[in-house]
Every structure is written in C-alpha cells, then in structure tokens.
Design a protein around this ligand. Structure first.
Ligand SMILES: [Zn+2]
Length: 298
C-alpha cells in the first residue's frame, strides 16, 4: 500500500472514531494532526482500517511554531513507523520568506531516513515568487516531500503533494503531484500567518463549511444557496439542508463530493486541461455572497 494517486482527508485526533465514515471510500486515506497523531494512527490501524495513514505533528503552525532550522525528531519518526503509518512525516518547523537555511536544514535532515516524507511548510512567497528555486532544491535532495502553503496570494498549481490544504491539493494532483490531503475543517485547510489577525468573517475551528463542487470551494453552511447534491449523504436534497446538519454529516458530504471529483481526475485523459476547465467554470459561477476566505485557489 502506498500513497500514489490518493486523496487523503486531514483530520484531528478527535475524529478518530469517524475515520471510516470520512475516509472509507476507495482512493482515500487519513492524516491525523497533532502530537498524538501517531496514537490515532495506531487505533485506526488496529480497528482494521486498510487505507493509507499519516501523522502530521504540525509544529509549523500556531503562535508557538518552531522555525525550520529546528532539529527533526527521530523519536517522532520511529513512533509513526511503530504505529503503522504508511510513511513517516517529519515534524518540520516553518520555512519563512526567503529562509533558505530552514528549507535546506529540513531536506538535509530528512535524508537520514529512507522513506520519510519531508514536510515543507512554506511562506506563500515560496510558491508565488520563488517556485523555481523551491522545485529545484526539492529535486536536488531527491526526498519525497509534502508542501504546506501558508495563506497568501493566488499561485498556480504545483506538482508537489499538498498537506493540510483545500481543493488546491486536487489541483496539484492534476499537475503531477502523487497524492494530496484536504483538511476536514477550515483550520486544517489553512496555515495562517502569525501573528494571526482576527478579521471579520474569519472563523476558526468549529465552523461548518460545505464543499460546493461547481464553485470548487468550501462555503459556510449558512451561506449555501441554490443547488442540490447527489452524493450518498445528501441523496439529491438541496445543499441548503446542510445548514441544519451535524458537523459529521456536513463533513461526510464534503469527503464524498471530493471523492467524486477525485474519481473524475483519475479518469481524465488530460488532467491539466480538465482542471483548467473546472477552475474556469468555477470562476464564472456567480458566487456572491463570498464563501470561506480564499487566500489561494482552494
Ligand atoms: Zn452531498
């Protein structure tokens, strides 16, 4: 079992009992977030879950995040392997704008483990302005990587796996990324810049947002408008019914709708062209009121 062509669902450790509901379909998998992530991996594995499982320690996020020059933990790698993770993720710190030292330090340290995936949590400038440098550096080291892109201006699809992302993870797969992970809730779809400015309309954590396929974005449930959904959770009901639904129900719709898109991606004969037409159609959808903030095409 490996990650190839998988679209994973990034969840919190508290979602452990809903794992099979959120990621039970073929082609899926799970990323558990936080420093107990490997414990969740072990639990889900013991419960018989057969899809790929990862653990993202996420030391790179929040106000106490560490810089990418921090030493990577061998214990964290060993814990994941022992728990049955598909591949261990490094517990990388944050790579700020122009922080080449942090980028090189993470990639250099990752080489000590044969199959570890180097997590690269980057300032938005790395993908909007220095993408060539980033791609060359990653290629030079040759380790598998997973990118976490901090909120910032729009950037073109990147041919590298995205972790803790929005629908951009699927766009990356259309452009050659081997796999990707989309967060089950808003805080797991973003890396917020620090210090984080609380802005009007920004809601973190528990807010429920529903994925709207035609718009290629997550929309807060109370702002859902017309349209129906044929997924096996919605059964053709108007999308608006999600405004009254439990979070798990909304998130199950989300993973099923994304699974449907993922299947279409895998069947597309020309994936880049397919993604372009999809994003163009989404841009032409008259979309006010605005959905979840879109710091990058998500
Ligand atoms: Zn649905």
């Amino acid at each position: 079992m490996d990650l190839h062509e998988r679209l994973l669902v990034q969840v919190s450790v508290r979602d452990v009992y809903d794992a099979a509901t959120l990621a039970g379909h073929p082609g899926s998998g799970l990323v558990f977030t936080g420093q107990a992530g490997h414990d969740a991996v072990r639990m889900v594995r013991r419960a018989g879950y057969e899809g790929p499982l990862l653990a993202d320690r996420r030391r790179y996020a929040g106000s106490a995040r560490v810089r990418g020059t921090a030493r990577l933990s061998a214990d964290w790698i060993a814990d994941q392997v022992e728990a049955g993770a598909t591949a261990p993720l490094t517990d990388s710190g944050y790579i700020g704008e122009g922080d080449h030292e942090a980028l090189h330090t993470i990639l250099e340290q990752s080489l000590q483990w044969d199959d570890a995936i180097a997590v690269l949590p980057v300032h938005a400038r790395w993908v909007s302005g220095d993408l060539g440098t980033l791609l060359r550096t990653v290629a030079d080291y040759g380790s598998p990587v997973a990118l976490v892109v901090e909120d910032g201006p729009p950037y073109p699809p990147i041919p590298l796996p995205l972790l803790s992302a929005g629908v951009a993870a699927l766009g990356a797969m259309a452009y050659g990324a081997s796999w990707g992970a989309i967060g089950v809730r808003e805080v797991l779809r973003h890396l917020y810049p620090e210090p984080h400015e609380a802005r009007g309309g920004w809601r973190r954590g528990g807010a429920r947002s529903a994925f709207v396929v035609e718009r290629l974005e997550f929309v807060p449930v109370e702002r859902l408008r017309e349209g129906t959904c044929g997924c096996s959770t919605c059964h053709g009901r108007p999308l608006r019914h999600l405004a009254e639904a439990e979070e798990l129900h909304v998130n199950t719709h989300n993973t099923k709708a994304l699974h449907g898109l993922h299947n279409r991606l895998l069947r597309a004969t020309h994936r880049e062209r397919w993604w372009q037409s999809l994003t163009e159609a989404a841009a032409n959808t008259t979309a006010p009121p605005k959905g979840e903030p879109r710091p990058h095409p998500s």
